[in-house]
Design a protein around this ligand. Sequence first.
Ligand code: SAH
Length: 376
Amino acid sequence: MPEKKQNLSKNNPSSFELDLAKEIKKRGPLTVAEYMEKAVSHYYASKDPFGENGDFITAPEISQMFGEMIGAWFVDVWLQMGQPQNVQLIELGPGRGTLMADIMRTMSAWPELKEAVTIHLVEQSPQLRQAQAQALKAYKPTWHDRIEDVPQGFSFIVANEFFDALPIHQFKKSKGEWKERGIGFDDVQNEFIFTFMDPTIDIPSIMPASFLAANEGSIFEISPASLSVFEQLCKRISDNTGAGLIVDYGHSVPGLGDTLQSIARHKYSDVLEAPGTKDITAHVDFSLLKAVGDSLVDIHGPVTQGEFLASLGIGARAEALTEQATPEQRKDIMTALHRLTSVKEMGMLFKVLGLVSNGSDIVPAGFSDDQSHDED
Ligand code: SAH
């Protein structure tokens, strides 16, 4: 039985939407992961979603201070690692290129590091590649479809709000049994619907045993795509030495619940309505990422974004910036600081995971107490 319905954009369905409906009618339901993957890649390939006039705003787009703190983190690790002379700086899902530009500006205060760096961007969207080329033309970046395609070598890897865009599978407890959730199409009502389908993953092998007996209606999510990219990334750091910073929103301990969400024009929107015209994301399960990478690299955190940025000195940086600022600019800087660090805004839900090669004795900045936070 369908549990939830949402009309196709009846007045003006896109050809993408019509093709998706046709595919489902022909093949049967898609997994939530297939639906998400198709909708998200179409969305990023067809528009620039960022900023006040777009659909959502990310930390680097809020303020240069975010990228400066990330840049400072890598400078510190580079110094601790004995200033290696060839550094591949890799970003996954670089959006408009703003974070990388801020990192490079910060690194430029260390000319030897600036000289040592080559930039590698892992981006699928042709439109965003163009925006990145514009923002980073001084640094001559190279683009890749997948992290596996980046040449081997000492690597610094950064990803902000990348893993939340990777597809998840959903499972729901219904009539006493765990079932995979799929996306179907209701021909009569002309709308996408949630439905159930034969499981594409062996459920007991991926679910923590304590969840097997969960209440009726519970939802369990897993993102094999995220785990696979994260494993690649850890393997690269382990094989070549290096470090990484993953920033995303999500939870530090395994949990049940439906976190699939869509945001359009800065408001929550139905994930089944007008796929391909808006972003679809899900919470990142940091505990699973850690489990996958633990044997390959030293993993620090996750710590909350608020704590991380505070310990990197974002407060002092904001003060310094306000010194030459007009009252108007001063207000903007303090508002940005609040948005990035306040527990009510991005400070708590967003978390930071630090990775450094095994056995390197590095104490990376920002993770000194190294406690996981279980608030959500
Ligand atoms: N890091 C940026 C953008 C976050 S949005 C910022 O903080 O502003 C997600 C980014 O990941 C976009 O650049 C999107 O095109 C890219 N992306 C999403 N799925 C991807 C995939 N499977 N492979 C490569 N890039 C992907």
